[in-house]
Design a protein around this ligand. Structure first.
Ligand code: C5P
Length: 303
């Protein structure tokens, strides 16, 4: 049995700075062009290895305690890939809301994959964790490394982009839960096609220019807002408080507003904090910061 190790690892949420849906694929998924960004809103995984030969996951949210839990499925998948009776006990502390468009479950899975591959000394070839992640969900490959990236295909084609200047963000979740499949199903052919927004944002990030906030966009906003008027109500509260632009993340319902300066973000946050059901002030997290939070860069504590 290997030496027991215990680590705490944050599982950062993501937002979509852009999300263009290009069309429907023969496999039923949609072809995307999206700029994704990890943010400081995060769940925490406490992982213990070296004490058992099975995997388990205890979650502080009862409805996530099942075999379908993505962190647990990630641990099982990695153990099968290794082909050895490796063990891990995971405690998952949820902060990121579920069914929110923030990739919370996907990030738990991506974090379990990266943390366990280091703790179990698997030395997998580059790209293997992303491949395994794609079997668990479309956002998982991006969240293996996080930071800022262009994400294409159904989510599995990830091109890392240079770090942006830090952005402050107000993130607000309207009081509805949204099924991603339902939102994608409701798209009309007229929603498909162009990716100028994504190209413009990618080109500005590559040039090291300020984020062109006028290009932030999300094809899924139209159908999500049509179905859930709560989203428009939260957007309007944020806009009246001085946030601009306000965009939806993923399939929603969560909205975010970017700010270059903490002072501006804090002022708007102060105006909306009491008026919205769930709202956070957070910031962007770079790929380097994500990497620094992972076990291979932490001192292992042994008992
Ligand atoms: O991959 P994931 O399980 O996160 O996707 C949830 C649902 O969202 C899929 O079942 C599919 O209906 C839809 N989806 C899609 N195209 C994508 C990603 C997700 O149609 N690129």
């Amino acid at each position: 049995m290997p030496t027991p190790r215990t680590v705490f690892v944050p599982a950062y949420a993501k937002i979509n700075l852009t999300l263009n849906v290009l069309g429907k694929r023969p496999d039923g998924y949609h072809a995307l062009a999206s700029v994704m960004q990890t943010v400081s809103l995060a769940d925490t995984l406490l992982i213990r290895t070296g004490e058992s030969e099975t995997v388990s996951c205890d979650v502080d949210v009862p409805e996530l305690r099942s075999e379908q839990n993505l962190a647990l499925r990630a641990a099982h998948l990695l153990r099968e890939t290794a082909g050895r009776p490796l063990g891990a006990d995971i405690e998952l502390r949820k902060v990121v809301p579920i069914q929110a468009g923030l990739g919370g479950g996907s990030s738990d899975a991506a974090t379990a994959l990266t943390a366990l591959s280091a703790l179990w000394d698997l030395h997998l070839p580059p790209g293997r964790l992303e491949e395994l992640g794609a079997q668990l969900g479309s956002d998982v490959p991006f969240l293996v490394q996080g930071g800022t990236a262009l994400v294409e295909g159904r989510g599995e084609v990830v091109t890392p982009l240079p770090d942006m200047r830090p952005l402050w963000l107000i993130v607000a979740k309207p009081a509805v839960n949204v099924s991603t499949a339902e939102i994608f199903r409701a798209l009309a052919p007229a929603d498909f096609g162009h990716d100028e927004d994504t190209r413009a944002v990618v080109s500005a990030i590559r040039r090291g220019a300020d984020l062109p906030v006028e290009w932030l966009s999300n094809t899924l906003e139209r159908v999500a807002i049509e179905r859930y008027p709560e989203i428009a109500a939260v957007r309007s509260t944020l806009e009246h408080a001085g946030a601009s632009p306000v965009r939806m993340s993923g399939s929603g319902p969560t909205l975010y507003a970017p700010f270059a300066h903490l002072g501006q973000a804090a002022e708007v946050y102060g105006r909306v904090a009491g008026a919205l059901p769930q709202v956070w002030l957070c910031h962007t997290v770079t790929r380097t910061q994500v990497a620094a939070s992972r076990p291979e860069r932490q001192e292992f504590s042994s008992r």
